[in-house]
Design a protein around this ligand. Sequence first.
Ligand code: IVH
Length: 680
Amino acid sequence: MAEEKHTLEQLKRDHEALAQQIHHHNHLYHALDRPEITDADYDALMRRLLAIEEQYPELATPDSPSQRVGTEPLSHFPSATHANPMLSLENAFNAQDLKDFDSRIRRFLSYDKEIEYLCEPKLDGVAVALTYEQGKLSRGATRGDGITGEDITQNIRTIAAIPLQLRGDFPERLEVRGEVYMELEKFRELNRQRRELGEQTYANPRNLTAGSLRQLDSRLTASRPLTISCYGIGALSGQEPTTHAKLLDKLQDWGFKVAHETTRVAKNIDEVIQHYDALQNLRDSLPYEIDGMVVKVNSRQLQLELGEKSRTPRWAIACKFPARQEMTIVESVRFQVGRTGAVTPVANLRPVNISGVTVSSASLHNWDEIERLGVMIGDTVVVERAGDVIPDIVRVVKDQRDGSEQIIPQPDHCPACGSPVVREAGEVVPRCQGADCPAKLREALKHFSSRSAMDIEGLGERLIDQLLQQKLVQSLPDLYRLTRADLFQLERMGETLAAKLLKAIAASKQRALEQFIYALGIRHVGQHLAKLLSRHFGSLAALTAADIDELLAIHEIGPQVAESVVSFFRDRNTLKLLEDFTLLGVLPQAQKTVAENTNLKGKTFVFTGALERFSRKDGEELVEKQGGRASGSVSKKTDYVVAGPGAGSKLEKAHKLGIPILSEKDFLALIEQNSAGVTT
Ligand code: IVH
């Protein structure tokens, strides 16, 4: 008993120390962008923490770093009333507006000296208010109407750049305000993955951020790479800093991320204007989207004297940048079929130049979006190019209509194969149901051979189209059945090119398991999750056998992903596909540890009965390729008997000798598992 208490105490201390270390490294990485340890070392700390919490779940308190992964879904968000209203800002659009702002302030204060300002980027995201009591995050809320927002604490906790526990000399009570946003690169990567997975893409980082924060299931929020930039306070107990610049320094000391690299003090309004021009020039090179610059009177004393009007402070203004928008016409709409059959509507636009880039099409994303915009074919629309993100239709100019506009139809047949398309409940796009849809296969092949997947060099879009046209490839495994003679049927295919391509295809047989999982194109499984699954399961066989609960037990995996993975591996077409891959020698490689005890080297196999999934010859070849031996008769030296239906005396003998008996399925799993350990 005493000893038990001792270990519990010890574990608590270890847990506390680990939590502190993780908070510290989180802060270095997310708030200061200055990591001191590798991702792998960070993962190791987190794994140790999780292991302790698994043993003592009561240690997983809301401020534990483990809580960033999200928790059980809510049925709704409670409302959250702000201690002080969340104001908005008046807008300025040019240098003259800024000068007028400065004059108004000086007049109001009867002040004839120059006023010092702080210039901050105006991030284009979602405003939140974060409350801390005794240094612990107690509430995260949206702005709502400025008076009452929604309590989204569960989701806020998942954002790594938001401290769960304040650092240093923090006040007893603090409410911090900031903008949650997503970096452009992260946004593009997410959309790229979604496009590859045949899922609807998001219009822009702001919409995606807003949508992510409004998820009732915080595990989904946790999977989105959100971050924050803090720019003010709503409440603070104790002494307030004398300037806004000092307040930002304090926020940083307490562990918050502030946009210090683009924040400047200006001695007077002329310097503000200089900063405004400079920031506008920087706009395209920043990692995040900004839509203007916020100018604030730096002195807290002057801010208090200036006070506020009904909804806006007199001491601050947002100077907007010109929107990158133009008007053009939706000439027609085409439908693109993605890998998972998702049919996406794309507007063909009359080409228009938007700040130096010609734009001729824009994704309409899905029919919910079409409805929201109310867009029709022939409509005049406002198109926006944000950063270099895919252009987006912002709104329809309805008073330009002349009655000739046509409704955008929702196809009931796949434009590529004619099979029915079905829009299931809860889905925003219809999907082609055709098992042999050439458009799906084309996209699947493109994805399969892409660099992050099986990395088959030379197998580009043009070649894929030719292979499909000539019907040389009708499924993914068919790639591994291609011969020199097949390739010679293609245009401009010479000896050297054919040899190179066959070599590249053969080389891809031994890709890492995570690449293979990603290449399979399971819905919702992008590169990151593929890696996670590969690490967790270690072999395709183990992943194939996983059930929902097993998947849900993995951090970062929510119900949507778990269901998608399970239904993918339960599908008979998938099983056939995987079997074909194995038989063709596509043996993805995972970590060594998994395979050590399943090594086939030196093991003797006997095949018996009517094998249904592969020929005896194929089976024997596979065994030999992996260093095993195939024999015709069962003896004490036999290590495994692979038995199909109708197996007779050999099976009986194996039973008698206590030799392990494998079904064909077990055998394929063993081969696959074994191959996982051959290299790396
Ligand atoms: S200050 C009283 N500073 O812009 C001050 N706002 O229209 C109110 N925003 O709702 C806000 N960057 O979502 C402030 N550096 C910044 C900002 C910023 C973005 C957003 C914020 C606010 C809206 C004001």
